[in-house]
Unconditional design. Sequence first.
Length: 259
Amino acid sequence: MLNFLKKFRKAKESSVELIDKIKEIKSREVPEHIAIIMDGNGRWANKRALPRIAGHHEGMKVVRKMTKLSNELGVKALTLYAFSTENWKRPKLEVDYLMKLPEEFLETFLPELIQENVQVRIMGDKTRLPDHTLQAVEQAIQKTKQNDGLVLNFALNYGSRAEIMEAVKTVAAEIEEGSLKSSALDEDMFSKFLMSGSLKDPDLLIRTSGEIRLSNFMLWQLAYTEFWFTDVLWPDFKEEHLVQAIAEYQHRGRRFGGI
Ligand code: IPE
Ligand code: IPE
Ligand code: MG
């Protein structure tokens, strides 16, 4: 941690205040699982009269920064909504670029992820992903599977309703063939059938760009998650924003229905 802070201070002379805030949140309970709906790339580009894909490219750099910081903070899992099952509706040029982004990201940052002990995972319907996209992510999963630091979980071609439907079908099939008894099924067991598998439910959900909705993201898993919304567009999202979200999270009283 100290090394990280030193590097950080060097890179940003003016961020002494941020470093203090990082120390402060580290002294309290840091959320184990943070999920982020990274939104606003298109609007970020529009504001600069750039093509939308320039916003996605910029957003990729923020993914790197947030991965680094989360890892340093001791966050156990970071789930990032990268592409929804509804995003196929977008113009082909944009979809094609979004499908190239995982390769671009991993080509540049995979060595760093390996070195920093990050474990890459994906959740989503892999069947519709182009081969080149799938190969890049499978390779990253393979090369980082021994790592036991931060789990970096990309929601790629992910939709929560589809996820729940698939889980229901699998459960139904297992009951039909007799390998599972419906009376044995409970919430814990059902959640293992979801794409998030053994990952614990997110403690904190962040959505950028001012939209206050879930857009088909982790509907089951977010039942008791703390939500934090910001108007900041994803490419403008900085370390201080994540720190602020965590600090506010730490001041919330989570009751889970109790008192
Ligand atoms: C989020 O940014 C990235 C993806 C959905 C892939 P958007 O592309 O949705 O950006 P806006 O919401 O149009 O600004
Ligand atoms: C949600 O953002 C999906 C991702 C961030 C990948 P969208 O931009 O697709 O959501 P809507 O259309 O505004 O609800
Ligand atoms: Mg959007």
